[in-house]
Structures are given as structure tokens and as C-alpha cells.
Design a protein around this ligand. Sequence first.
Ligand code: S3P
Length: 177
Amino acid sequence: MGRIILEGFMGSGKSTYGQILSKEFLLSFADTDKEIEKAEGCSISSIFERKGEKYFRDLETSYLEKLSVSDICKDGVVSLGGGMPVREKNRSLLRKCGTVVYIRASRELLKERLRDRSAKRPLLKGENVDEKVDSLMDEREELYLDAADQVVDIDGKEIYQVVNELKRIYNRGRKKH
Ligand code: S3P
């Protein structure tokens, strides 16, 4: 089927699920944050600090532009940074890149997970995490849905259950080709 792309809010577990799925199917795996860090030679936090959010967002768009015309992870799994689907241009690029799956978590679950894990996330640093999750989700919920071909809800599920749903989506797509 080609590429399966995981989108969703920070803390939804995109990378964890993506890595497990790729290992089970022996697929290649890429995480856009990690790719950007590799290319820039520094962490996402320091890109935000030194060059600002717009610079980072432009890097994300460039990565998708490259992905849409290349063989990178062609039969593989790509996990996106949480803000990737916000730009309209990115959403239309994503349509050309593969099957987009929204890893959907409730706000309660996200808040619970992110309260202690905000240090490495520039958008949450120094913020009231609960309020920030609400305001970002108000802005993004629709956009995640707009970009998604499939939605997988994760609340109350074990990791293996979510991975099994992703496997089914992957296999369904694979049979089409
Ligand atoms: C962001 C999510 C982060 C990272 C950056 C911005 C966002 O990725 O790309 O800090 O705008 O939601 P994760 O979703 O992997 O934490």
C-alpha cells in the first residue's frame, strides 16, 4: 500500500505506535521531528529558541514537499510532529504522501500525559498545560480530521490494540495495489 502516516497531538503516541508497526511489518520508519533535528544538527527546542516557530514550520513543509515526490519510506511508516496538519499547504501535501491516520486521544488523556512531559516541548514550556492543550485542540481538532483518511481512538486501549487497528488499516490499503 505504500506509506502510512500518523498524525495527532503531542503525547498521543504516534512515534511509539509507528515504530512498533514498522518493526512488525519490517517497514522503514521516519519521524519528522527526528529528521528535522538530524538535518539541522540540533533539537526542536533549540530550533524554536534560536530561529523561531515560523522557521521550524517552514522546515516541516519542506520535509513534506520532499516526501511527496520521493521514495523515502515509500513502503513505510511516517510519524508527524503534532502541528504538521495546521498549514493548509501541508494538508494538501499529506494527501499526496500516503494514507493519513489520526491517532486521536481525548483532551483529558493528553493533559494527563503532557503535564509531566512539557520540558522538551517548546509549545508547552512555561505554559499552563491544561489550558494550552485546550486552546491548541480548539484550533486543531478540525484540521486533524480534515487531513485524516482514518481515525483511530486510543483512550482506554492497550498499545497492542491500537497497533492491531493500524495493522488492519495497513493491510486493507495494501490489498488495493
Ligand atoms: C509540535 C509537536 C512536536 C514538535 C514541535 C511542535 C506541535 O512534535 O513537532 O514541538 O506543534 O504540536 P510531537 O507531536 O512529536 O511532540
